[in-house]
Design a protein around this ligand. Structure first.
Ligand code: ZN
Length: 282
């Protein structure tokens, strides 16, 4: 597999130090801005190919990333997203919502009951097996790429996608292009870029499926530079007592990949950013 050396996707610095190694790949920390990213990384063509088929080539084989639909996720997304949009939808006018990287359609299932009557929600997902699983459940998820989307939307969501995007600056410009002026962009990602040590991360890194790990300030900077105004940030712990207990049970049953976590100790957070594209309200 061909790899290429890249500069920092946020500040373009070429200086970095090793942060973690996994599956034969290196995640480095930028000396200029502390962002964490895979370097060297697979070439863009192999990244998009891997995202289509759901399998990444690694040094010692392959990493499968199709996984399964999760109903727990649907409940969690519905709860958090409703906090972020409840005031927006008070007017009761229909809205158009696009979920980018829609997976099995969990985000669409989560938001459908929240939308005013007459609204429209669609998803795009490059990974064909996921998109067709969503279609079978009656959810409008297509394999179109973001650059192929022609319409514009009131809300665009990007949930658990950021780390897969090699060049988020240009991706953010594409997101802006499908948002109406004053439209809302919701991004969810972890804050791994804020962690000092790999041991503070509550899971495997899944390199090179995940290519970039930002912290809260990194994301603020990406959004500011892309002419988005951040309106709300929600940070959620992963290391609850029930999460710790669940993993302890998995380990006891022989799944040594389950991370051993002490509850309420980790600085890792899942972070939701609600931001607004500069321009007049729709
Ligand atoms: Zn940097």
């Amino acid at each position: 597999m061909l790899l290429e050396n890249v500069s920092c996707p946020l500040c373009e610095s070429q200086d970095s130090r090793l942060w973690a190694e996994e599956n034969g790949f290196r995640a480095v920390r930028c000396s200029g801005c502390d962002l964490i990213f895979v370097n060297p990384r697979p070439q863009l063509q192999s990244i998009s190919e891997a995202n289509r088929i759901g399998q990444h080539r690694t040094l010692d084989g392959s990493l499968d990333v199709v996984f399964r639909r999760s109903t727990r996720k649907i409940r969690h997304y519905r709860q958090t997203l409703s906090k972020l949009v409840v005031d927006e939808f008070k007017h009761g006018r229909p809205v158009k919502w696009l979920d980018v990287g829609a997976g099995f359609g969990e985000v669409l299932e989560a938001i459908l009951p929240l939308l005013p009557e007459g609204s429209e929600a669609q998803g795009i997902e490059p990974m064909a097996p996921k998109a067709s699983a969503a279609q079978k459940r009656g959810l409008p998820v297509s394999t179109r790429l973001l650059s192929e989307v022609q319409e514009t939307y009131d809300v665009v969501s990007l949930i658990n996608v950021f780390s897969h995007i090699p060049d988020f600056r240009s991706f953010l410009a594409d997101l802006k292009a499908v948002l109406k002026p004053g439209g809302i962009l919701i991004i969810e990602t972890g804050n791994a870029g804020d962690l000092q040590k790999l041991s503070e991360y509550p899971d495997r890194l899944f390199l090179p499926d995940h290519l970039v790990f930002a912290g809260v300030e990194h994301m603020r900077r990406f959004l500011r530079d892309g002419s988005f105004e951040i309106e709300e940030v929600i940070m959620q712990r992963r290391d609850s007592i029930s999460y710790a207990a669940k993993n302890a049970v998995k380990r006891a049953l022989g799944n040594l990949d389950a991370p051993l976590v002490a509850p309420y100790r980790s600085p890792f957070r899942t972070v939701f950013f609600k931001s607004r594209s500069a321009g007049a309200a729709p």
